[in-house]
Design a protein around this ligand. Structure first.
Ligand SMILES: [Fe+2]
Ligand SMILES: [Fe+2]
Length: 306
């Protein structure tokens, strides 16, 4: 099915889900999650320059908050990608703007929190933000169904990353803030997943192929931020986001709702895509178990040395 037909056929589902979303999304105020009285001037306004001992966050919490914030900072790029795929017409266009407006809050409130509490090095953060946004995010003109499948997994991945980062801050205000942001991401995931579900009814084999490609090629939206590889390893070692979490808490829950393995009437191409998906998930599950075993062994060695 070509893109104009998909856009037209899926428009009623988008409209229903936009209305459902507007009914369940609760208004919240980003400024209410920032302890403003802790704030003070930096060096340029005759205040105190930032130094690491001012931060009450652990090094891993600082890394994870920075990765999550820089990921959110790149919203103009994501907006461009989603708008290119969905267009500006009908409920599709309305959703693009609503979703962008909600996403906008995420970077504002995390940045405000970190600057006021001196949680991370603000100069380093600003340089990394410049670099990230200048690199931009480019999905390579993904087709509509691929964009819908990707964002279903990505929104849940972001939710889990925010929520687990919140736990690692060991700081009640940060945890509350990140839990609030994570709730938004969950509603976004539900919206996109429902579109994919409708697409599976409409064009089963084509949608199956899109799901498989996006699961197999999945990369975090923040993978372009400076030093992402090293930071992602640190976050995996800490258990904030690792292969086990990706398989058990992101891929499987979305697929459990989409039920690709119960679907009948696929074409041979659709069957082929589904077999690839099943084989990939089996391999990933094995790799996740090996990673967890290695991590446990390295933690045990570190404990023995201490
Ligand atoms: Fe977000
Ligand atoms: Fe989101």
């Amino acid at each position: 099915m070509d893109t104009p037909t998909l856009l037209k056929e899926l428009a009623p589902t988008v409209e229903d889900n936009l209305n459902r979303h507007l009914g369940v999304a609760q208004e919240w105020m980003p400024h209410e999650y920032v302890p403003w009285t802790e704030g003070r001037n930096f060096a340029h306004l005759d205040g105190e320059p930032w130094s690491v001992e001012q931060s009450t966050l652990s090094p891993i919490a600082r890394t994870a908050l920075e990765v999550n914030l820089l990921t959110e900072d790149n919203l103009p790029s994501y907006h461009r990608e989603v708008e290119r795929a969905f267009g500006r017409e009908s409920a599709w266009g309305e959703w693009v703007n609503r979703w962008t407006a909600e996403e906008g809050r995420h970077a504002f409130c995390i940045r405000d929190y970190l600057l006021v509490t001196r949680g991370v090095d603000p100069d380093e953060l600003e340089r990394a933000r410049m670099e990230t946004m200048q690199t931009g995010y480019d999905s390579g003109d993904k087709p509509l169904l691929n964009v819908c499948a990707y964002v279903s997994f990505q929104e849940l991945a972001t939710r889990v990353s925010h929520r687990n980062t919140g736990k690692f801050t060991d700081e009640p205000i940060a945890e509350k803030l990140l839990t609030r942001v994570a709730k938004d991401e969950n509603l976004h995931m539900i919206f996109y997943r429902n579109i994919v579900q409708a697409a599976l009814e409409l064009a089963p084999s084509q949608t199956m192929r899109a799901i498989t490609d996006e699961v197999v090629d999945f990369k975090m939206p923040g993978s372009i931020i400076p030093g992402f590889g090293r930071k992602a390893v640190q976050m995996a070692m800490a258990g904030i986001y690792d292969l086990r979490i990706h398989h058990d808490e992101v891929l499987r829950p979305v697929l459990r709702q989409l039920r690709p393995f119960d679907r009948e009437g696929l074409t041979p191409e659709g069957e082929q895509a589904r077999d690839e998906l099943a084989a990939f998930l089996t391999d990933l599950d094995g790799a996740a178990s090996r990673f967890v075993e290695k991590r446990e062994a390295s933690r045990a060695r570190a404990a023995a040395r201490a």
